[in-house]
Design a protein around this ligand. Sequence first.
Ligand SMILES: NC(=O)c1ccc[n+]([C@@H]2O[C@H](COP(=O)([O-])OP(=O)(O)OC[C@H]3O[C@@H](n4cnc5c(N)ncnc54)[C@H](OP(=O)(O)O)[C@@H]3O)[C@@H](O)[C@H]2O)c1
Length: 327
Amino acid sequence: MKQVHLTQIGDPPASVDCVEVPALGEPGPTQVLIDVAAGPINPAEILLIKGEYASIPDLPAPLGIEGAGTVRAVGASVSSLAPGDKVMILLRANWSAQVLADESEAIKLPPGIDLQQASMLKVNPATAHLMLRDYVDLKPGEWVIQNTANSGVGTSLIKLAKARGLKTVNIVRRESAADYCRELGGDVALTDGEDLAERVAEATGGADIRLGIDAVAGEAVIRLASCLADGGMVVNYGMLSGKPCMMTTDQTVFQSKQLRGFWLAKFLRGLGTEGTRALYAELAPMVESGAISVPVEAAYPIDQIKDAVAHACREGRGGKVLVLPNG
Ligand SMILES: NC(=O)c1ccc[n+]([C@@H]2O[C@H](COP(=O)([O-])OP(=O)(O)OC[C@H]3O[C@@H](n4cnc5c(N)ncnc54)[C@H](OP(=O)(O)O)[C@@H]3O)[C@@H](O)[C@H]2O)c1
């Protein structure tokens, strides 16, 4: 059976390999055996390969934070899943032809869902949903501002905000990405820059914006915070600039602006099995209907993992790069 391994910490394409491992065999009583259809290569995976994520795994380590597939066989005590069911996999080793998961680690999906889109459900739509829901109690008609708005998280956030009657200011780093955000329904889309606060105030008619969502860190946090009303909050969830988050003391002390962090993995641990199922039961129908969808720029068979990872590292992509463990 083919599986992708992280063989060393370092340069992403050079540090991953598709290897042959023994077949997994029959599921244990509480387990399900899943044929994995697809899994995206997310920025977190690249950070993990480079040794810049939350922790460094023992090597060699299987990779693939997200994935979705079809149940092939179930153990004797499994009651909620049956062969043929489509599932989203909570395990973090999905770039593999098959996985064995405990019943609680496989979330049943609607039968009509597209498995490539479903493979991107666990991380980005959930992250966008929770950051919009849990930090500032925004009312319909209010604004939220985010950077990296053309990313998987950002595009989900545009659609989720619209569904809640919220308006979005979308900050990107190139004009073509701003056009894309407007096409998706973003109310305002601007490129990042020093005069951001003035341009945002002009575009929103001086609206009070209470929530800013940041994946860039560094000085981008100062610029995002400068667009917020006094007392507003920046929720940071990424470090694409590679720099620590920055805010000025004017912002924190005199304007009472706050900075919080969000990490989905920790949030899901706190939810437990039933809470996690409820979260995805809310989001999966939006993926099934196409209300949330992320463009796919390329899909690679598992044995081309080095090319796939190199592709995922490119700037200015038009969508996600997927790994297809079963072709
Ligand atoms: N904390 C959490 O739980 C959590 C959960 C999900 C995602 N994340 C983080 O969210 C971020 C986005 O993830 P994703 O999967 O949505 O991304 P994605 O779809 O792969 O897109 C990457 C985005 O990052 C932008 N970008 C890359 N480097 C940048 C830089 N130096 N400055 C500004 N923008 C930059 C890209 O812009 P171009 O298109 O112009 O190249 C693109 O918009 C990542 O940092 C990821 O680690 C965190």
